[in-house]
Design a protein around this ligand. Structure first.
Ligand SMILES: Cc1cc2nc3c(=O)[nH]c(=O)nc-3n(C[C@H](O)[C@H](O)[C@H](O)COP(=O)(O)OP(=O)(O)OC[C@H]3O[C@@H](n4cnc5c(N)ncnc54)[C@H](O)[C@@H]3O)c2cc1C
Length: 119
């Protein structure tokens, strides 16, 4: 898939990759998409790319303005959008980068400890 990743995170990743290759390391560029944006009072943090999802599971946060959306393609977790929920973002990012896909019912259940999803 060819896609333009217009984000600070990607600019940093690509710069680091280019610098390593200038030093002769021959490192292949492997994108690890993540994004953030502040929209009024909402801190939006996104891990992964949600293109091609076929199910979205919503996990309520502990506060009224807090929730996260977990995108799956089949059984595979492909992206997490977190609104005012940095922990959901961090755990989602770690899961996606490790290629792990927790059961969607557990991921969206607010009584499931986020950290337990990494096990
Ligand atoms: C309105 C807006 C909102 C955005 N919001 C977000 C966001 O919330 N989160 C996010 O992750 N990303 C966001 N982005 C995208 C992000 O800003 C860019 O993807 C990122 O800054 C790209 O970094 P860069 O270093 O490649 O380029 P730039 O940050 O554009 O840096 C290029 C630099 O090169 C300089 N330059 C250009 N030509 C020359 C020249 N000939 N000689 C010397 N210097 C030159 C420019 O002045 C500039 O300082 C936003 C972009 C815009 C426009």
């Amino acid at each position: 898939m060819r896609i333009r990743l217009e984000s600070v995170g990607n600019a940093i990743d690509m710069a680091e990759n280019a610098a390593l290759n200038m030093l002769g390391r021959g490192v292949e560029y492997r994108p690890r998409p993540w994004f953030w944006s502040d929209q009024f009072d909402t801190k939006l943090q996104i891990a992964g790319l949600n293109a091609g999802w076929d199910a979205v599971h919503v996990r309520p946060g502990t506060g009224p303005e807090q929730q996260s959306h977990w995108y799956y393609r089949g059984d595979k977790l492909i992206a997490v959008d977190a609104m005012n929920d940095s922990r959901a973002y961090m755990i989602g990012k770690r899961l996606i980068e490790a290629g792990k896909s927790p059961d969607p019912a557990r991921a969206s259940d607010p009584t499931t400890e986020l950290k337990a999803l990494l096990a």
